[in-house]
Design a protein around this ligand. Structure first.
Ligand SMILES: Nc1ncnc2c1ncn2[C@@H]1O[C@H](COP(=O)(O)OP(=O)(O)OP(=O)(O)O)[C@@H](O)[C@H]1O
Ligand SMILES: [Mg+2]
Length: 337
């Protein structure tokens, strides 16, 4: 019952009569209408299935992400704590996965430490040997015997090899985030190409920069420089006499912008089946006379790890009209102006 006022100012008493069948709890409404009841059960089932499926797929997706991390060489990757805390089989699997990852990391780092220690220990006696050789040469200024020159040459090769092994082990133990800095990739590529051009001109070749878009990236410039230097040096060594080495740096604007560096030569290329192997330590393509005495076969292996540490990707392919193209993709962090 409510008191209301009419348009003429007269007052009325308004009385409502509720029908008991019109207003009822939802549960009763669903209960009385068979379709509504079915719909309710269906909805409840759907929500339950969704929650159950999510409960299973979510931790599996997290496990997959951790497995992906280990597979791509990030050995510090561990399963998300929410998966490990579970008291079911998925939780057990997560804990087992972490134990396995710890074992792999320990094994790999022990192996790496051993390689680093051995290389380091070899360096000191070798340095003394090189000094002694220099003194011997000075002592007999009238002419150094041929075999002494040979010993000096081999000692220099050993020194370079040990230096490369030390670099490899250092890079494999990762880069601290504090070592990373934003730097001008375009400038770095142009400097390496200019140095390469200087070297190539001594043998009648040249290194040309055909394109150099403005790119900056995040990382350690010194190690990236030596990786690119090795690729340019390889190209200078293999390109046919009188031909150039072509360098291009392109900025690709996609959802995640990236820099694509290509170093191309006009040499014999690499047999298709060995295009991946050349990134494995000590893998070299034998020459026609089964020799390849230029280097140890570590340059591209180091380059591959350096690029991976910069969240990039490196690959080699043969150009349609001869020669090798080595391509590096790196994430771009802002544009240089
Ligand atoms: N541009 C190229 N054309 C043809 N073959 C190449 C080219 N670049 C590399 N290779 C092949 O790949 C192998 C591996 O290259 P990598 O740079 O790792 O080692 P390397 O140059 O032999 O020695 P290092 O770089 O350790 O001094 C080379 O030995 C060579 O056979
Ligand atoms: Mg090399």
């Amino acid at each position: 019952m409510r008191l209301v006022e009419g348009p003429s100012g007269r007052k009325y008493n308004l009385a409502f009569q509720q029908s008991p069948t019109l207003i009822m709890p939802v549960s009763e409404a669903v209960g009385t209408h068979p379709y509504l009841r079915l719909l309710g059960i269906g909805l409840f089932g759907a929500v339950l299935c969704f929650l159950l499926a999510r409960n299973i797929t979510q931790p599996i997706t997290r496990l997959r992400a951790a497995a992906g991390g280990i597979a791509s060489g990030r050995l510090k990757t561990r399963v998300d704590p929410t998966v490990r805390r579970r008291r079911d089989e998925i939780g057990t699997l997560g804990r087992d996965f972490d134990r396995m990852a710890e074992q792999i990391e320990a094994l790999v780092s022990a192996q790496r430490d051993l390689l680093g220690d051995v290389s380091h220990e070899l360096r000191s006696p070798l340095a003394r040997l090189i000094v002694a050789l220099g003194l011997l040469r000075q002592a007999s200024p009238e002419g150094t015997p041929e075999y002494l020159n040979r010993i000096a040459q081999e000692a220099d090769r050993l020194d370079k090899l040990i230096g490369q092994l030390l670099t490899l082990t250092r890079i494999e133990s990762g880069i601290e985030s504090t070592q990373r800095e934003k730097f001008d990739l375009t400038n770095l590529v142009q400097e390496v190409a200019a140095d390469g051009d200087f070297e190539a001109r001594a043998h009648g070749g040249e290194v040309k920069v055909l394109r150099a878009d403005a790119c900056t990236t995040l990382g350690v410039p010194e190690i990236l420089r030596s990786a690119i230097e090795n690729i340019v040096r390889n190209a200078i060594r293999h390109t046919a006499p009188g031909t150039s080495v072509d360098v291009t740096l392109e900025r690709i604007t996609a959802s995640e912008p990236k820099a694509v560096l290509q170093v191309r030569d006009y040499g014999p290329g690499v047999p298709e089946r060995m295009l991946r192997d050349i990134f494995v330590p000590f893998h070299r393509v034998p020459n026609q006379d089964e020799s390849n005495t230029h280097g140890a076969g570590l340059g591209l292996a180091i380059a591959e790890r350096v690029v991976r540490l910069h969240e990039g990707h490196i690959q080699a392919r043969n150009a349609a009209n001869g020669g090798l193209i080595v391509e590096i993709e790196l994430p771009v962090h802002g544009i240089t102006v």
